[in-house]
Design a protein around this ligand. Structure first.
Ligand SMILES: Cc1ncc(COP(=O)(O)O)c(C=O)c1O
Length: 332
């Protein structure tokens, strides 16, 4: 059977460092034990990771079974009217649906580019506003000033999803202490390569975190994920090289795609969005890639993104030779 190259799901296409895997293997002998439940060791490790400038305490953090679960929990606490800037990650509206809430999806594409601009009336009415930075699937970075003005103008909670933070280092986590209506979300999937173990985190003021702590299941993060979180943070220096490599491969891939004559979006994470300039062309290329064993995310696929990107395909960034294979199919 021919091997499928999966550039659809944007998990990390590189294995964690060997030392991480070795340390994690030792934890297998203790899976008869429950997780800690208070996740204190992990919380302390993440406070250290956030750095002394932020001076976060364990009370500022809550972990979840992947960021997907954290999104669900945030929606259950603050949702009601959920304001979503499309095209973006689809789980904000899916979480609203799962909780029988209203999702108000607003198109942010202007002349083919993503420009986050909420109407002030929408901001006042929403109980929960979503901002994805950098945005999945467009890759755009949201200017800090823009996020600050959304926080100022919102009556409800503003959730800033920084799932791809490690690729850009852009954050508003430093505003958490002064802004009572801000919650910042991060994941361990795209950066630390443990998507299969499921680990995500929310950073906010203790009174907000307390609301989530009250409704989460007692052992929502499994024992291996809990331990893995601590281990990967100890090895962040080794991961740094992987993130730089991913960005470099992604930027080279985007430049090649532009040379062929298609438009690419900014590379600020482990994926690249390509505008194939016509719906027919995009569909033709999607099928051609599929025929060549290359799986990608079509912008028009209902399962994947909130909003409609009818001429676009998102490519997760894999090893250099895999991206060269994609280029050769695009050229053929
Ligand atoms: C923007 C964004 N937020 C959250 C998630 C979910 O991450 P996790 O694997 O931690 O559930 C993803 C995964 O694709 C994502 O792209």
């Amino acid at each position: 059977m021919r091997e499928i190259l999966d550039l659809g799901v944007a998990d990390l296409k590189f294995l964690p460092p060997a030392t991480v895997l070795r340390e994690l293997r030792r934890e297998l002998s203790k899976i008869n034990l429950y997780p800690s439940g208070d996740y204190l060791e992990l919380k302390k490790a993440y406070c250290d990771y956030l750095g002394p400038e932020l001076a976060m305490q364990p009370e500022n953090l809550v972990f979840g079974n992947g960021l997907d679960e954290v999104i669900d929990l945030v929606t259950r606490v603050w949702g009601g009217v959920n304001l979503i800037p499309a095209p973006t990650f689809n789980q904000y509206s899916r979480a609203a649906m799962r909780s029988n809430q209203r999702a108000v999806s607003v198109n942010m594409l202007r002349h083919g580019r993503y420009e986050l601009n909420f109407d002030s009336k929408d901001l006042r009415r929403a109980t929960l506003v979503w901002v994805c930075n950098p945005n999945n699937p467009t890759g755009d970075l949201i200017p800090r000033r823009k996020i600050e003005s959304i926080i100022e103008s919102s009556e409800g909670m503003v959730a800033v999803d920084e799932c791809y933070f490690e690729y850009t280092r852009e954050t508003v986590a430093d505003l958490v202490k002064e802004c009572e209506n801000l919650i910042v979300l991060r994941s361990f999937s795209k950066n630390f390569g443990i998507a299969g173990l499921r680990l995500g985190v929310a950073i906010s003021r203790p009174e907000n975190i307390e609301k989530i702590e009250k409704i989460r299941q007692p052992f929502n993060v499994n024992r291996l994920a809990e331990k893995a979180g601590v281990i990967v943070l100890r090895h962040k220096g080794e991961y740094e090289k992987i993130w730089q490599k991913v960005l470099k491969i992604g930027k080279e891939f985007a430049a090649e795609v532009e040379r062929i004559g298609f438009r690419t979006f900014p590379v600020n994470a482990n994926f690249v969005l390509v505008d194939f300039l016509s719906e027919n062309k995009a569909r033709e290329i999607f099928l051609k890639l599929e025929k060549n064993g290359i799986k990608t995310y079509p912008g028009w696929g209902e399962e994947d993104f909130e909003g409609n990107l009818s001429r676009h395909i998102r490519f997760a960034i894999g090893a250099e030779e895999k991206m060269k294979l994609v280029i050769s199919v695009l050229k053929s």
